[in-house]
Design a protein around this ligand. Structure first.
Ligand code: NDP
Ligand code: ZN
Length: 188
């Protein structure tokens, strides 16, 4: 069970992420508020994955703040501590690199991530797969959605063995997504 102080940290992370993402939307046609995504990912990590380690929960809530907002790792370290900022750093792409290189590095580095970072990555990829199927980025052609799913499979191959329930959750999301895309292709 979490102590009052630990629960306070969880609320602080939610508040921090909500503030940092406040002007952002996901890429779907409804422009879903960005914060919905880290909340879904952390809920899955907690309830599906049974992951109750505080630093991993905090880092999961914060997982897109450094990559997608003006938050810095130094700021995260100051507010949430070194262990959390290290986990966030592990799941943050270097945006100065060209996109194909970033995609390649995620695949290459997946097996070397810490256990906590693997769990966050896995829950994140499961929800991105779900989104690509049911709330895809507006204007993505069919092929790009398929390529995205295939790329996540390559990343997740390097994460396997860390949490079978989360892996099952990802596998189910991928199966559903493939069926959904096949249906979309038939309709087109
Ligand atoms: P992006 O990395 O640009 O976009 C996907 C990322 O956006 C996700 O990982 C997710 O990351 C975030 N996101 C926000 N909203 C959504 C949403 N509604 N659904 C899903 N993800 C969302 O995509 P890619 O560049 O990887 O494109 C996919 C594939 O298409 C690639 O394999 C690439 O080869 C190919 N392609 C790419 C082109 C390009 O210009 N990049 C052009 C043509 C093809 P998070 O959770 O971290 O926010
Ligand atoms: Zn994410």
């Amino acid at each position: 069970m979490f102590t009052d102080g630990e629960i306070t940290k969880i609320f602080r992370a939610l508040s921090f992420a909500a503030d940092k993402h406040r002007r952002q939307r996901r890429k779907d046609s409804e422009q879903t508020p960005y914060i919905n995504h880290p909340i879904k990912v952390v809920e899955t990590l907690w309830s599906q994955g049974g992951v109750h380690e505080l630093d991993v929960i905090l880092a999961c809530i914060l997982h897109d703040t450094v990559e997608d907002t003006d938050a810095s790792l130094a700021e995260i370290e100051r507010v949430f501590g070194r262990a959390v900022s290290t986990l966030v750093a592990e799941v943050t792409d270097d945006k100065s690199l060209p996109k194909p290189e970033r995609k390649r590095l995620q695949v290459e580095r997946a097996p070397q991530l810490s256990h906590g970072a693997k769990l966050i990555r896995l829950a994140d990829k499961a929800w991105n797969v779900y989104d690509v199927a049911y709330a895809p980025p507006a204007h993505w052609p069919f092929e790009r959605r398929v390529e995205y799913l295939t790329w996540t499979e390559r990343v997740v191959a390097g994460l396997r063995g860390c949490n079978s329930s989360l892996e099952d959750f990802y596998d189910a999301a991928l199966r559903d997504a493939k069926i959904r895309l096949a249906t979309d292709a038939q309709r087109a």
